[in-house]
Design a protein around this ligand. Structure first.
Ligand SMILES: N[C@@H](CCC(=O)N[C@@H](CS)C(=O)NCC(=O)O)C(=O)O
Length: 243
């Protein structure tokens, strides 16, 4: 390791993790929850920071100090900053050992990571069909056809895919890939929780995907996660968007 690399790695590890995101009071758990579940499962402390985010996004250059960030969530450790939720999840998974052991499983976990984020983005856009970057409130009526289409065509397609994916490993009895929990399992758990919270009727009808349903229950019962979901720290879903 060069002296420069050594200095960088010392700087990165010198402080705790900070997770920058919109205030959960207004937006619910959102995309930051993907990262939170990794911290919770691993038992690693972190700090949620929402103060000043709105102001930063109003500024043209956004004034983040480190490597340029397009949108939150943003993870910071020392001087190291990283954004894009699927990348944050992969990074934290690797840091915390919530990462598959062999290379094929690693790529498959990454495939699922990408699919999960496609799903969440599609679901989110359905609630903002007319003005994608404005609140759902103010476009409720006009965007309803997009929500209906998502429910009729896309949600079941994704759920059937998740069912197949689970069935492909250990007959769906354990994890998405390999023999241990990884960031891919935690990502899948969050989108299933978001689906169940946002679309209770559609979720109740997901009897065509029993492995998916059992997976959600099994993951929610993991000790650290179960305690977190019961705690005040866990931000309720907002009910007006997938994310
Ligand atoms: N692909 C990005 C999307 C990030 C994103 O859309 N973040 C939202 C909050 S959940 C945001 O702050 N958007 C502001 C913008 O896009 O200008 C990710 O997965 O992190």
């Amino acid at each position: 390791m060069s002296r420069n690399d050594q200095r960088n790695s010392e700087r990165m590890s010198s402080d705790g993790y900070e997770l920058y995101y919109w205030d959960g009071k207004y937006v619910g758990p959102g995309r930051a929850e993907f990262a939170r579940l990794l911290f919770v499962e691993a038992g690693v402390p972190y700090k949620d920071i929402s103060e000043g985010i709105m102001e930063k996004f109003r500024q043209a250059d956004q004034q983040w100090t480190g490597f340029p960030t397009f949108a939150v969530p943003l993870l910071k450790k020392g001087s190291f900053e990283i954004s894009q939720t699927p990348v944050i999840c992969r990074y934290l998974g690797k840091q915390f050992g919530l990462f598959p052991d062999n290379e094929e499983d690693q790529w498959h976990a990454e495939q699922l990571n990408a699919t999960i984020h496609d799903y969440i983005a599609e679901g989110r856009y359905a609630f903002h069909g007319i003005k994608p970057f404005e609140s759902y409130f103010g476009q409720e009526k006009e965007t309803q056809p997009y929500i209906d289409r998502f429910l009729a065509e896309r949600l079941p397609k994704y759920m059937k895919h998740f069912e197949k994916m689970l069935a492909a490993n250990d007959d769906g009895r354990s994890f998405v890939v390999g023999g241990k929990v990884t960031y891919a399992d935690l990502g899948l758990l969050h989108v299933l929780r978001a689906t169940a919270a946002q679309f209770p009727e559609a979720w109740a009808a997901v009897d065509y995907a029993p492995l998916v349903k059992a997976f959600k229950e099994r993951m929610e019962a993991r000790p650290n996660l179960a305690a977190y979901f019961k705690s005040e720290k866990c931000i309720p879903f907002s009910g007006n968007s997938m994310m």
